[in-house]
Design a binder for this molecule. Structure first.
Ligand SMILES: [Zn+2]
Length: 217
């Protein structure tokens, strides 16, 4: 049996260990109930490879061994023993890597992401500005920056959704994540630390917006 450490380079393994710790912490904070949520890294050592979390694992027990390599273009799994099933939402991660320079993608089922999107029914995108914490997004230097959050209807047809996704991730205003209505949030960053920080900014923004409307205690 190969451990993940025998299949990937140390540089990627170190990031994977860090991402696993983040995944466990996110689970404890309510981001991944009932084995939901998925996480990935763009390999720094294997061009065109992505390390993606496996499907159906309780995130409280998540470790680096719960990841496998997939090809960014085809989505096909690389060597992996024992065989693991990549996340059902792998195609969405791969579309984000193809459309952006992201090094890490986090997918959260945070309740507040759904409730926030419900404040703006029928909008294809939500624009936010004015919060100091928006400066937690990479490259944002003023609370007056305008941030776009695309919102999509939920779907079980992941492959066609992923194929249609890239143009929606490139806009005039910066995009650091998008919401699938009644489902959750995708966010990303240059690495694990950036992606985690971006998720924290989103969570704060959602809680603030809901509290302001009297929908959050
Ligand atoms: Zn999901």
């Amino acid at each position: 049996m190969n451990t993940i450490g025998e299949l990937i380079e140390d540089t990627d393994l170190a990031q994977l260990c860090k991402l696993s710790r983040v995944a466990r912490a996110l689970n404890a904070a309510g981001h991944a109930p009932a084995t939901s949520g998925n996480y990935s890294l763009r390999s720094k050592t294997q061009p065109g490879a992505v390390l993606i979390s496996e499907s159906g694992i309780d995130k409280s027990r998540f470790t680096e061994e719960n990841f496998l390599t997939v090809d960014m273009e085809t989505g096909l799994p690389g060597p992996c023993y024992p065989p693991k099933k990549p996340s059902a939402e792998t195609a969405i991660h791969l579309a984000i890597y193809r459309a952006t320079s992201a090094g890490c993608v986090l997918h959260s089922h945070l309740l507040e992401a759904l409730l926030f999107a419900d404040l703006y029914p029928a909008q294809a995108a939500i624009q936010v500005s004015g919060l100091e914490l928006l400066k937690g997004f990479a490259g944002i230097t003023t609370h007056r920056a305008l941030i776009t959050i695309p919102c999509f209807e939920n779907t079980q047809d992941i492959e066609p959704f992923a194929r249609a996704l890239p143009p929606h991730l490139r806009g005039e205003d910066p995009i650091f994540g998008f919401i699938l209505r009644d489902h959750g949030l995708y966010t990303w960053g240059a690495g694990v630390d950036d992606a985690k920080r971006h998720l924290e900014v989103f969570e704060y923004l959602f809680r603030y917006s809901l509290a302001r409307r009297g929908r959050y205690q």
